[in-house]
Design a protein around this ligand. Sequence first.
Ligand SMILES: NC(=O)c1ccc[n+]([C@@H]2O[C@H](COP(=O)([O-])OP(=O)(O)OC[C@H]3O[C@@H](n4cnc5c(N)ncnc54)[C@H](O)[C@@H]3O)[C@@H](O)[C@H]2O)c1
Ligand SMILES: [Zn+2]
Length: 363
Amino acid sequence: MDLMTVRSRSGDYQVAFRDDGDWVAELAESENAFVVVDELVWRLHGQGCLAPLAARPLHPVPATEELKTLEGVAALCEEMIAQAAKRNATVVSVGGGVLQDVTGFLASVIYRGVRWIYVPSTLLAQADSCIGAKTSLNFRHFKNLLGTMYPPQQVVVHTPLLKTLDDDQYFSGLGEIVKLHIAAGPEAMAHVEPRLTALCDRDEDAVAAAVRASLLIKQGFIERDEFDRGDRRLLNFGHCFGHAVESATDFGVPHGQAVVFGMVLAGLVARDRGLLAPDRFDEVTTRLLRPALPDPAALAGLDRDAVVAAMRHDKKRTGAGLALVMPVDDWRLILVDDLGEDEALQALEALPSALPPGPADRA
Ligand SMILES: NC(=O)c1ccc[n+]([C@@H]2O[C@H](COP(=O)([O-])OP(=O)(O)OC[C@H]3O[C@@H](n4cnc5c(N)ncnc54)[C@H](O)[C@@H]3O)[C@@H](O)[C@H]2O)c1
Ligand SMILES: [Zn+2]
């Protein structure tokens, strides 16, 4: 077993990389465990690697955005109280970012905070969201408006869980992996680039190594800036345009894929401002970003005005213009707050011709 310790103001916590078979039995033995599992993950793995959890009362829930609400938390509180779980309870949750957000919020408020062990089951959650201590709920029509900072005491990463992910979910996680490697600088970019073919083929060793490398990169950012006031904001790279692309396509483009489009768009703005050399834009787009996009046709018919309108409403907006994390020089990231709507539109218009044809269309 391999351990990574993440330093946090609310107490250090551990990520355990477990490829042995004992971790589930150990989880099932946690003191007064309240076990919440993504119901699809339970269907797929409940008779397999997760079987020892069946010895405990189990609460399967659907991983929907509706679960990430005060009502969703209230229902879990009732089940937890009915199970006579007291202050000594441990919330054990297995699932992707939806399960992470709702059970993290639950663990942070019930009895003013109980122990929490989290087993991420999507690539996005394993490689990125499982550390960083953010929990979020949707409120009314606002996504992730409510939340707490509450890290799990322990994260257990078991990459074989990822085998059952569908391609949309898988490539969504891959987009965030590429983002983290760009954020970490030229050395990390050069490290991941030759591994992209294996990652696109979902090679198990390549995936396990990339999950670990991504968490190490993210660890650096959150330990320097746990509360999102400095460097950590650079991890929003690709998200300024990305969130807007998601919302303009009615979430038809999976999150991490929208982030890849967002990184290309931010690169186009930088190139047009003369802050990123055109050949460096082309090189990184061709070698790192395009390979992580299985289906650029997802953007056919994109309503560009709707994307700009969505950016205008982004809650992270500050200053006179729109906020954007932009790659300059050699893809070093900077945060600006003066993106004009005309520039954003121009980048959106240039996007189709900026994406080179990809590796022969993956089936
Ligand atoms: N707290 C944070 O720091 C943070 C960061 C990023 C995203 N998020 C939130 O996470 C959510 C997205 O999370 P996500 O992308 O991990 O996915 P998810 O939890 O929405 O799950 C996506 C789909 O994959 C299924 N699934 C999960 N694990 C599976 C497996 N092993 N095999 C097969 N199917 C599986 C789920 O049932 C669901 O249908 C959003 O609500 C987002 O706001 C939170
Ligand atoms: Zn993201």
